[in-house]
Design a protein around this ligand. Structure first.
Ligand SMILES: Cc1cn([C@H]2C[C@H](O)[C@@H](COP(=O)(O)OP(=O)(O)O[C@H]3O[C@@H](C)C(=O)[C@@H](O)[C@H]3O)O2)c(=O)[nH]c1=O
Length: 188
């Protein structure tokens, strides 16, 4: 399995603006990321405080995700859902924005969620397995056993109907196994 990684962008600025590679198979292999991405996703969230998650797909359709914010700003969160992990239910997060160009790599075995910190935020992400609605899974964003410290606006979280009714961690029998990879947030 893989570590959660915060991947910094290299931007080459000139009088026109800048250029940046967002994915390069050789560079990514250099920090141990050899995933094959098979689908690209793009979501737009109008209100500030839009919260999507905590989501995953179960095996054999489990997905690793490479997440980037291309407009606005989000707090992106990865939750350790690996059965037997000493950090089961714990989470790491990073602020991703159009401005910083950072990407979060969320490996298989982690739930993924984000909240928008600005209105009109757009997120794109690559995934390693095709969408399989029959293997869609989720945990409640507000689960007290996870305790994500969501930075919410005064109006609170804006959620899909599905996300308001997701189960809690205590009722979840995780299909993901712990392989000894520690929960860290390494920056590369
Ligand atoms: C995720 C997904 C959804 N859809 C459809 C199903 C549904 O009608 C509509 C909206 O789906 P959702 O409500 O699940 O979208 P959303 O809440 O944005 O779900 C996403 O949340 C983030 C946090 C993730 O990590 C993603 O993997 C995904 O789970 O889009 C696809 O066609 N392909 C896909 O890959």
């Amino acid at each position: 399995m893989q570590k959660v990684l915060l991947i910094k962008a290299k931007r080459f600025g000139d009088s026109r603006g800048w250029f940046s590679e967002t994915y390069n198979v050789a560079r990514f292999a250099g920090f141990g990321l050899n995933e094959v991405f098979v689908q690209d996703n793009h979501s737009y969230s109008k209100p500030i405080g839009t919260l999507r998650g905590i989501h995953f797909q179960t095996p054999p359709h489990a997905q690793a995700k490479l997440v980037r914010c291309i407009r606005g700003r989000i707090l992106d969160v990865a939750v350790d859902l690996r059965q037997g992990s000493p950090t089961y239910g714990r989470w790491v997060s990073a602020e991703l924005s159009a401005e910083n160009g950072d990407q979060l790599f969320v490996p298989v075995g982690f739930g993924h969620a984000f909240v928008t910190l600005e209105p009109d935020s757009e997120v794109t992400y690559k995934v390693t397995s095709l969408y399989a609605p029959s293997h869609d899974g989720g945990i409640r964003w507000s689960d007290p056993d996870i305790g994500v410290d969501w930075p919410l606006p005064p109006g609170g979280a804006v959620l899909s109907d599905k996300d308001t009714a997701l189960p809690f961690l205590r009722d979840f029998d995780s299909p993901f196994a712990y392989d000894g990879t520690p929960l860290t947030l390494e920056t590369v």
